[in-house]
Design a protein around this ligand. Structure first.
Ligand SMILES: Nc1ncnc2c1ncn2[C@@H]1O[C@H](COP(=O)(O)O)[C@@H](O)[C@H]1OP(=O)(O)O
Ligand SMILES: [Mg+2]
Ligand SMILES: [Mg+2]
Ligand SMILES: [Mg+2]
Length: 373
């Protein structure tokens, strides 16, 4: 491993002692740095986004230059830091390699290089391929996007990247998230969720927006500013918030609003659900905003993707909560790029989760009976 030998002596020692206190300490540092750069990229691109910079994918969902450029940046950093790790990323560069994709491609390459070559911040390392002068070629960046093509599976080290989760929220100027996780032998070890548009503290709007949530297996969950300042541990309160409300998708096509209504009625919940795009919902839950996140499928066919739930799941679990499918089974991140047969997602604090699960099962039985009648 020549890159370890090249490490200056003092840094080797620092690196080792830090690693002993937290497994995956270097991974955490790299992941936070990558998400931070991608968050700056996506928020600056939003202000400059023009109509023809968004494509519609085969599944009818939108993808913007921001999604592609952010995946290129994160994947490049991961590849420099951990060259033998696999990546399961949402986007691929096929359309950008076509002649018709040239305009979009040039814009994406410029955005990615601007983000990669930005000044080094606290904790950043030139060995991760970042900093002034570290421009990449078009080919290198398209390959970086395509390195996200790993099929996933039961064994090995792999990262999941969702460069913009909640692209529809991003396009509306509302919530979205830059999401990264490390999965080792199908267990999520690390999750990082960057939310550029989320209030730092909903009780103090003056503190502004821009939060990164981080969780490491067995080491808790925290929230920090985009800059890395003010790291604060997160714990889901064990008593129910006085206003029990569900967190749910804005988009009715992504999860069933009517099913959630029925579950709310069964639980005598009177407050309307809080609708929010992306894994920002998991972040809010982890910091005690909203009592549960319920995501039941709307119809046939859609399989949830691992990059949409791995970071959020470890965040909620490390904040003391529980995440399962609608049968109460843990989400299985070892089945490939999707969650396979895991049907629906329920996330909540320890006691709340059990009550919601029960109500979900009652509502599910009712629904089946109705369908048979
Ligand atoms: N038909 C669908 N059912 C459930 N989720 C979907 C569907 N289509 C896209 N998604 C994905 O749902 C997630 C966002 O859901 P929400 O914001 O409603 O919680 C995103 O990952 C989005 O992809 P994307 O990452 O492309 O935005
Ligand atoms: Mg998408
Ligand atoms: Mg997503
Ligand atoms: Mg996405």
């Amino acid at each position: 491993m020549h890159h370890v030998v090249r490490r200056p002596f003092l840094r080797q020692i620092l690196h080792r002692s830090y690693s002993m206190s937290l497994p995956y300490a270097t991974e955490k540092q790299v992941a936070v740095a990558a998400v931070r750069r991608a968050c700056h990229l996506t928020s600056s691109v939003f202000n400059k986004l023009v109509k023809n910079e968004t494509l519609t994918k085969g599944d009818k969902s939108p993808v913007t230059v921001g999604d592609y450029a952010a995946q290129a940046v994160i994947s490049t950093i991961l590849h420099h830091a951990f060259p033998s790790d696999f990546i399961v990323g949402e986007e691929d560069a096929a359309e950008l390699r076509e002649e018709s994709g040239a305009g979009l491609r040039d814009r994406i390459i410029a955005l990615a290089n601007e983000a990669l070559t930005g000044e080094l911040g606290l904790g950043d390392n030139v060995e991760w391929g970042i900093g002034p002068g570290q421009e990449k070629t078009t080919e290198q960046l398209l390959d970086a996007i395509d390195r996200g093509n790993h099929p996933g599976g039961r064994t090995g080290r792999m990262w999941t990247i969702d460069p913009i989760d909640g692209t529809k929220g991003f396009l509306r100027g509302e919530q979205y998230a830059v999401c990264l996780s490390l999965i080792v032998d199908a267990q999520v070890q690390l999750g990082v969720i960057g939310c550029p548009n989320l209030l730092v503290d909903p009780a103090e709007p003056d503190l502004g927006r821009g939060v990164i949530f981080v969780a490491a297996k067995g080491h808790g969950a925290e929230q920090m500013r985009l800059s890395g300042a003010n790291p604060t541990p997160l714990k889901i309160p064990s008593i129910l918030p006085s206003e029990f409300s569900f967190l749910e998708s804005v988009e009715a096509a992504h999860s069933s609003h009517s099913f959630n209504d029925r579950v709310s009625t069964l639980l005598n919940i009177t407050h309307s659900p809080v609708r929010m795009d992306s894994q920002a919902k998991y972040g809010c839950l982890a910091r005690g905003q909203g009592a549960a996140y319920l995501r039941m499928p709307t119809g046939v066919g859609y399989r949830e993707k691992i990059w949409d739930h791995a970071p959020g799941t470890i965040l909620v679990e490390e904040a003391g909560g529980v995440v399962t499918d609608s049968r109460g089974l843990p989400l299985d991140f070892g089945l490939g790029r999707t969650l396979g047969e895991n049907f629906g997602v329920i996330a909540g604090g320890l006691g709340v989760h059990a009550r919601v699960l029960e109500a979900v099962q009652t509502a599910g039985t009712e629904q089946e009976a109705k369908a048979k009648a």
